[in-house]
Design a protein around this ligand. Structure first.
Ligand code: EPZ
Length: 427
């Protein structure tokens, strides 16, 4: 199983091109099920999760072709998806269990074909991850939902009618499933307390390019006027704000100075605000965003994760690694997931001083972390270990790095190009 070895203590200097966002690419790809015409996505990141979703879409009958971006097409990959016919409306357990975002085929399938049989995704390391809001929302749009044998059976034999749904709390995936389903429902829909994450905005923009009629994009109330069919479109995947925030924190943790190319500051405003409070200078540049340690030590600051535009839960583990080497204390509170502190015991093995009390972790900064063998447990926890390893004295060996590959494209190449002593070791 691949491992990554890091010898810490080298400041990151240089520039890193930020890839397209994984959490935008996945729903954008499932949107191809909504039309019989071709959907072209550019600036696609090349990640394990994308490959998994390609497998799932192909068994639904989507014709997929992928290629590297040609000269002049910018960066990333280009994927073409055409769901001329839906060959199967079943999303099988063996694929869905590999990546729970597979549940995002549910809304498009039941809207396009009037039925879907999607395996319940099951939980993962960070929590039980139920999908009850996805189901209640689809019922509000006119679907009949039944759970049997570990599968969701959704039916709308006369097509979805559209409807009104109020989210009791913000759900990114449920918002995405419902906005896709509503786009070709027979009537109009209103989604209240919808997620406003940039990845949701990116999906809505792509759907509009495909002919959907959506008002309120970027706000928490989406009004969708169902149309009979969507058509071909080309859409560029928005930059990955979580990758950008991750590398900004890596630069800060190593006392470095890095330009994050291809992302703009408003995508990471809440992260930038927290980093500025901690003594990191974040400035907009012509190409993107520059992150550098202003001077001297970092200061411990408190953060609480919240839905966008609050501090992202997907940045919580990375912030904890940074605060582990700051001056003073930092209270980090996780309000979105019930078990997203799996990185704490591993950071502790590297000398971090962290105490968890329910949903909050009290981090007391130490002068230096020391490298150690550690284990990745989930995507963002594993990248917090990379940040800690880059800042630590000595050698860190991270195992189970397949977690990393799900969400970070060629991370060791991007970091070593900025001076990090990092290499992937097959084993
Ligand atoms: C998306 O997951 C992201 N994944 C997650 O990123 C991200 O952490 C999360 O949004 C929050 O921003 C993708 O976009 C593929 P939610 P999602 O529905 O849609 C509960 C990463 O590291 N909930 O907003 O699953 C849920 O358990 C991943 O890239 C219900 O109770 O998140 C959680 O506690 C991790 N019922 C909270 O709501 C539901 O029906 C927010 O979940 C749905 C969600």
């Amino acid at each position: 199983m691949d491992q990554i070895r890091i010898r810490g203590g080298k400041p990151l200097k240089g520039s890193i091109r930020i890839s397209g966002a994984k959490n935008a690419a996945l729903p954008l790809m499932t949107a191809s099920l909504l039309t019989a015409e071709k959907l072209v996505l550019t600036n696609l990141p090349f990640l394990a999760d994308i490959t998994t979703l390609v497998q799932l879409l192909m068994q639904h009958g989507v014709h997929v072709s992928m290629r590297g971006a040609a000269a002049g097409e910018g960066e990333g990959h280009v994927i073409e998806l055409t769901a001329k016919e839906i060959a199967s409306t079943t999303a099988p357990y063996d694929l869905v269990r590999k990546m729970r975002a597979s549940v995002l085929v549910l809304g498009p399938l039941v809207a396009r074909r009037g039925e879907a049989r999607v395996s319940l995704p099951g939980g993962c390391a960070i929590g039980t991850r139920p999908v009850d809001l996805h189901l209640k929302g689809l019922e509000a749009l006119g679907a009949e939902i039944e759970l049997a044998g570990g599968y969701i059976h959704a039916r709308a034999p006369k097509g979805l009618a559209g409807g009104h749904f109020v989210f009791p709390f913000v759900s990114v995936g449920a918002t995405e499933n419902l906005v896709m389903a509503a786009s070709i429902a027979k009537g109009d829909s209103t989604l209240v307390n919808a997620a406003r994450e940039p990845e949701v905005v990116d999906l809505c923009r792509c759907l509009v390019a495909m002919g959907a009629k959506i008002e309120g994009i970027g706000g928490d109330t989406l009004r969708i006027q169902g149309v009979p069919a969507l058509h071909a479109a080309e859409h560029r995947v928005v930059a990955d704000r979580i990758e950008a925030g991750t590398f900004a924190m890596a630069a800060a943790a190593t006392g470095g100075d890095v330009e994050l190319v291809g992302v703009n500051l408003d995508l990471i405003a809440s992260v930038a605000e927290a980093l500025e409070r901690a003594g990191v200078e974040i400035t907009a540049t012509a190409e993107g965003v520059r992150a550098r340690r202003a001077n001297g030590r970092l200061t411990g600051v408190d953060v609480m994760t919240e839905p966008f535009p609050g501090f992202p839960t997907d940045m919580q583990a990375q912030m904890m690694a940074l605060m582990a080497v700051a001056d003073g204390a930092s209270m980090i509170t996780e309000t979105i997931f019930e078990n997203r502190f799996m990185h704490v015991p591993e950071l502790t093995r590297m000398g971090a001083n962290i105490n968890v009390h329910h949903a909050s972790a009290m981090v007391r900064g130490v002068r230096k972390l020391t490298g150690a063998p550690v284990m990745a447990t989930d995507l963002r926890a594993s990248v917090s270990l990379v940040i800690a390893g880059l800042a630590a004295e000595g050698e860190t060996l991270i195992s189970r790095v397949y977690h990393l590959d799900r969400g970070y494209e060629r991370i060791e190449r991007k970091l070593s190009a900025c001076g990090a002593d990092i290499e992937r070791m097959g084993s």
